[in-house]
Design a binder for this molecule. Sequence first.
Ligand code: AMP
Ligand code: GLY
Length: 417
Amino acid sequence: MRILVIGSGAREHAIITSLVSEEADHELIAAPGNAGIAAVVPVIALDTTNAAVVADFAFDNDIELVVIGPEAPLVAGVADAIRQRGIAVFGPGKAAAELEGSKAFAKRIMDAAGVPTGRAARSGTLEEAVAALDEFGAPYVVKADGLAAGKGVLVTEDREAAVAHAEYWLGHGPVLVEEFLAGQEVSLFVLSDGHNVLPLAPAQDYKRLLDDDRGPNTGGMGAYSPLPWLPDGFVDEIVETVALPTVRQLAEEQTPFIGLLYCGLIVTDAGVRVIEFNARFGDPETQVVLPRLVTPLSELLFAAATGRLGSMPLPEFSDDVALSVVLASEGYPEGAPTGRAITGIETAEAIHGVHVLHAATSLVDDTLIAIGGRVLNVVALGSDFTEARSRAYLALDAIELEGGQYRTDIASRVADE
Ligand code: AMP
Ligand code: GLY
């Protein structure tokens, strides 16, 4: 199959790695890709949030399936334009992508579908926001309504900081004040063809910058899968109580969700609650879910894109466990110097069970350099988390990036150490 993958991060590198590993003879192209992706498949510099540009490219190049990685093209309507050309696309149209693009829209859909979530108040003024903060009490949760690249959410005990965050984001639009939910977080990816759904394996993301969940929120510093502590039947329960009602509600509203419904969940003492939906594969969870997937990824994505998930069996996963550790630049998430050299990837990948995915890299005059906050993902597989962790951290020892930082506790809660 001729497949175009849109995006430039480690998530897209993971998607491409899975597609390349299939026995099928796919022809792959990535836009815009990164240095790691370019080492595996041809890349093309496209303005990936310009719907007409991407749709024209797919049409002119006889692409049979487009896989959209990041949220920005989805919210910009890129999937609609491709679908209008009669090309299969894995990714929701603009209307259904509002599930991620607007937290208020997501809350409305959850209410209409009876999906369990925390209480939230949408505020257009500071007075409303402050009243909601005082009603829900500490810890305070304040979120920008629209896409904010991970910067819009603040969870804090400090009322003044919560008020200041609300005031800042009110300058961009409405904010949401939410009830604080305490518990373990779970990311569950659910494939949807608009009507039928199939779950992938659950994963856990590490959102905070520093060990022991300290420091600021980030785009994600690591992940592991599976989650051995989940109760039996967890995935089926989420499919029944969260994914299917949401997909049915969107179909009823004539905005079918075709793509990946990312269910961001918290397991509280009172039951599971949705904290957010995303309209695409999670990053860095994809990097630990896909290497364990035994079913060919292209078959699942194509079936979802063409309305045939109902006839597909449940995706199969290997018994191996996987963890991913993000190597970030100095200064992340505030900012990041660009141009620092990265070495040692070959030595790292020589370790059994280890592969390295690129998140923000570029090749300049034969030197691999960092060009963003999250630079690489070191992914390690193993028969258990103790083995996978020792492989991942040996690999990180081999990689040099001046000022590079990473968490040392990824998956430690599930390893016997
Ligand atoms: P979001 O962008 O909505 O996923 O929020 C980012 C992170 O903030 C989540 O992964 C949680 O760790 C935390 N968070 C968001 N909403 C809540 C909430 N209502 N209660 C507790 N933590 C939250
Ligand atoms: N891992 C969080 C996200 O992809 O939004």
